[in-house]
Design a protein around this ligand. Structure first.
Ligand code: PNS
Length: 172
């Protein structure tokens, strides 16, 4: 930990997730987080067991494009345990968004396990802005797959990718 402090890495935060795809709710949390951390690492889990709409490479691409003008935001993929990835990055803080009571139980369990695995890790929960409390990647995919507009919910680049993806899949 002293080493982290010396290197300045103690001030890094990890913002992990599936980001399938990233929404304006995620972006809001990242932009607000930057006010407190000089570096936020947006970390995309490589999870072959979870069926996703976008591949990890597509999601990294989308994220890097969105944050290309924000040097305080780095984008990485990770395998295995988040607690280990945080250690490898010298980060002591994990940021998670907490939208509603329904998120709480799983997040609470995950936070305690991450802390158990890496006791020097702090899990920081941030509330989304009220206008994003209903927003999730799943609901965005549901609407987009049926031809609905998601322009107010995701960046324009993501809306375009969704349209293209579902057009290829023949679903909208
Ligand atoms: O966007 P998501 O799907 O809610 O993100 C979940 C994520 C990626 C943060 C979580 O599944 C994760 O960290 N997985 C890596 C494996 C791990 O470390 N699990 C936590 C111990 S319970």
């Amino acid at each position: 930990m002293a080493e982290h402090r010396r290197s300045g890495h103690a001030k890094r935060a990890i913002y992990p997730g599936s980001f399938d795809p990233i929404t304006n709710g995620h972006i809001d949390i990242i932009n607000r987080g930057i006010a407190f951390f000089p570096k936020i690492i947006v970390a995309v889990l490589r999870n072959p067991r979870k069926a996703t709409l976008f591949t990890v490479e597509e999601r990294l691409d989308i994220l890097r494009e969105i944050f290309r003008k924000q040097p305080a935001v780095a984008v990485h993929a990770f395998d295995g345990l988040l607690a280990d990835f945080a250690k490898s990055q010298g980060a002591r803080v994990v940021i998670r968004g907490l939208r509603a009571v329904s998120d709480f139980e799983a997040e609470f369990q995950m936070a305690l396990m991450n802390h158990e695995l890496n006791p020097s890790l702090e899990i920081l929960f941030m509330m989304p802005r009220a206008r994003y409390t209903f927003l999730s990647s799943s609901i965005v995919k549901e609407v987009a797959s049926r031809g609905g507009s998601v322009r107010a919910l995701v960046p324009a680049s993501v809306a375009a990718r969704l349209r293209e993806k579902f057009r290829r899949l023949g679903r909208s």
